[in-house]
Design a protein around this ligand. Structure first.
Ligand code: ATP
Length: 609
């Protein structure tokens, strides 16, 4: 885990550069000023005779000479003024340093956020198939915040170490023997309390685990809120929620117990050590009272530093699991990176050096050649030796029972997943990583569960084409039979549609997403059950519109309702991952022994009942 901490500290160094050193320098200065302010008060007061330092007093001839030029009262005022000046300067510098620290920390966390988020968006689809989406939310919010807190703690720790080193130096100057004693006691205690740092790490592991479950649970529950409400599952979910909240609470209390426990040990030891010092000094060694004051002064300055270092170490230990999680996610996204170009989004927007991705114009068609595909972790093949041809500029329907492999085949054609063996040929050329983005930029895809953002219809449409004109938008809406319902909305195109378009009906959502897809001018249009929520009148209108697209756009449709693919030029019938029939709609429907005509009869029968 220490290697992760190292990694992030190196990253911080890379991001912040020389500012980090200036920051450390400022810390040294502040430490020095604080040390001088407090420690120097004693020798300064002794110099002007207010206080007798005895043998351990310091002699600075020029200072003594300077002070003796003033009257007694003047000397005192001068020394106290110097004291106020030094401490005020220190407080002012402390403020500047805290602001700089916040800047460093925020710049670091912003870069980490951007890196992680863009790495996630650039990862291939198969990576998302293996992951829980809530884990990404969790890492991008909670764990990244912990990493930021952790790095800030490391910076504070560096400051603390520098302060302590300076204080030790000054204390040595005043009394080497006493300081050595304090140091030895501090080191001893540190060794004894090492296991508390290890325990803090374990508690930190649990913190990550619980907050991951918490995120997962609440994301899932609110995604399925309709099912929860309609099936009266509220109480079981509330129970789960209560349990996880209790676990989180216990975890936080455990850490607090640990941290306050070590602080208690530090305080009790401080009391015991100082009491023994005083006893030994007075009773055994007969140390004069001035020196005794020095003992108390040194001890009271150094000991809280040791306590703070121990406490910081425990906090850092508890944050280490977050460092590990963010690092792991970065490694995984790096391994699954699909879009290697333009690694930094910041550079992309500021310099705009990226070349526009040229779409591929499909001329001949898409060929699936002996394609086999198995989902990761699954023993069975979702697609088995699939051999199929999708002609360009025509309408091809993929049909089959649920689970036959229709969506998987589409994912393969779109290059979202890679076949285990076999090839996808675009106009006779195998689809490889190099042309993947060009190929995908030619495709317009409408899914079973169309996605709309919580913003206006206009914004949703402009997502695919920021320069789309009013006229283009209305044309796309007309195409998808949405123009009439959008016109009736209170603010027309500027109407805000709810979270995931919840204030629209399923059919209206599908039509809007279709309009958005059409604004991209795709040369290949993929509709995965995209008209399933439409009534027959709207579906009819869309199919008439698709008819008009024939000859210009390659259309691939997955449809359960076979009545909707009557106009298809080609039908591919899948069963348990195999192509069992392929041909024209009329040809397949007339083959009475074939699966397709059986499916047609079944649906016609069901519709007639
Ligand atoms: N992410 C996944 N991990 C493992 N197996 C999967 C995954 N997605 C789908 N499968 C399996 O692959 C097979 C084909 O699924 P696919 O979604 O392609 O079928 P489909 O014909 O589109 O079904 P439907 O019409 O119900 O959407 C099914 O057996 C399914 O269980």
């Amino acid at each position: 885990m220490i290697s992760e901490l190292n990694y992030f500290m190196r990253k911080l160094h890379h991001i912040s550069g020389p500012v980090l050193y200036w920051n450390l320098l400022a810390m040294i200065l502040i430490g020095l000023m604080e040390g001088i302010g407090i420690y120097m008060l004693v020798p300064m007061l002794s110099l002007i005779g207010v206080f007798e330092m005895g043998s351990s007093g310091i002699h600075i001839p020029w200072l003594t000479e300077l002070l003796h030029r003033f009257s007694e009262n003047g000397q005192l005022l001068l020394v106290l003024l110097a004291f106020v000046f030094i401490l005020s300067g220190q407080a002012w510098m402390q403020r500047l340093q805290t602001i700089r620290n916040t800047r460093i920390q925020q710049q670091f966390i912003r870069t980490l956020r951007l890196e992680t988020y863009s790495a996630l968006l650039r990862a291939r689809w198969s990576f998302f198939l293996q992951k829980r989406k809530s884990d990404f939310n969790h890492i991008l919010t909670t764990e990244l915040a912990r990493v930021s807190q952790g790095t800030s703690l490391v910076l504070q720790m560096a400051a603390s170490l520098i302060f302590t080193a300076i204080q030790i130096g000054l204390a040595f100057w005043l009394s080497a023997k006493l300081t050595s004693l304090v140091l030895v006691s501090g080191l001893l205690l540190f060794v004894l309390l090492r296991k508390f740092v290890r325990r803090a790490k374990q508690i930190g592991d649990q913190t990550s685990e619980f907050s991951q479950s918490y995120y997962y649970g609440i994301t899932e529950h609110f995604n399925g809120i309709k099912d929860i409400k309609s099936n009266m599952l509220e109480s079981s979910h509330i129970h789960w929620f209560e349990r996880i909240c209790r676990q989180i609470e216990r975890n936080v209390v455990q850490f607090s117990q640990l941290n306050t426990g070590t602080q208690l040990i530090h305080r009790v030891s401080a009391a015991m050590i100082i009491a023994s010092f005083i006893y030994l000094s007075l009773q055994v060694m007969s140390v004069p009272p001035a020196n005794l004051l020095l003992i108390i002064l040194i001890f009271s300055r150094l000991w809280p530093r040791f306590t703070a270092i121990q406490s910081n170490l425990e906090y850092i230990g508890s944050m280490l699991p977050a460092f590990r999680m963010v690092r792991e996610l970065q490694d995984q996204t790096e391994k699954n990176c699909e879009i290697r170009e333009q690694i930094s989004l910041v550079q992309e927007t500021s310099t705009s050096t990226s070349q526009p991705i040229a779409p591929i114009d499909l001329v001949d068609g898409i060929m699936c050649e002996g394609v086999n595909y198995r989902y990761e972790g699954s023993d069975t093949y979702a697609l088995k030796n699939v051999q199929a041809f999708i002609p360009a500029q025509g309408m091809t329907a993929i049909v089959g029972k649920s689970g036959a492999g229709k969506s998987t085949l589409i994912d393969l054609i779109m290059g979202l997943v890679k076949s285990e063996s076999g090839r996808i040929l675009i106009d006779g050329i195998p689809l490889t990583e190099e042309q993947l983005l060009n190929w995908r930029s030619s495709i317009g895809y409408v899914s079973q569960d169309p996605f709309l953002f919580h913003t206006s219809i206009r914004e949703n449409l402009r997502l695919v084409d920021p320069d789309a004109s009013e006229e283009q938008m209305w044309r796309a809406l007309q195409f998808s039979s949405s123009a009439s319902f959008v016109r009736k909305l209170p603010q027309g195109l500027d109407t805000i549609i709810g979270d995931r378009g919840i204030r629209l009906s399923g059919g209206e959502r599908q039509r809007l997403v279709l309009a958005r897809t059409m604004l991209r001018n795709p040369s290949v249009l993929v509709l995965d059950e995209a008209t399933s929520a439409l009534d027959s009148e709207n579906e009819q209108q869309i199919h008439e519109a698709l008819e008009r697209l024939k000859g210009h756009v390659t259309i691939i449709v997955i449809a359960h309702r076979l009545s909707t693919i009557r106009t298809a030029d080609r039908v591919i019938v899948l069963e348990e991952g195999r192509v069992i029939q392929e041909g024209g709609y009329q040809q397949l429907s007339m083959d009475s022994s074939g699966t397709f005509s059986k499916l047609l009869h079944m649906q016609a029968g069901a519709a007639g009942q």
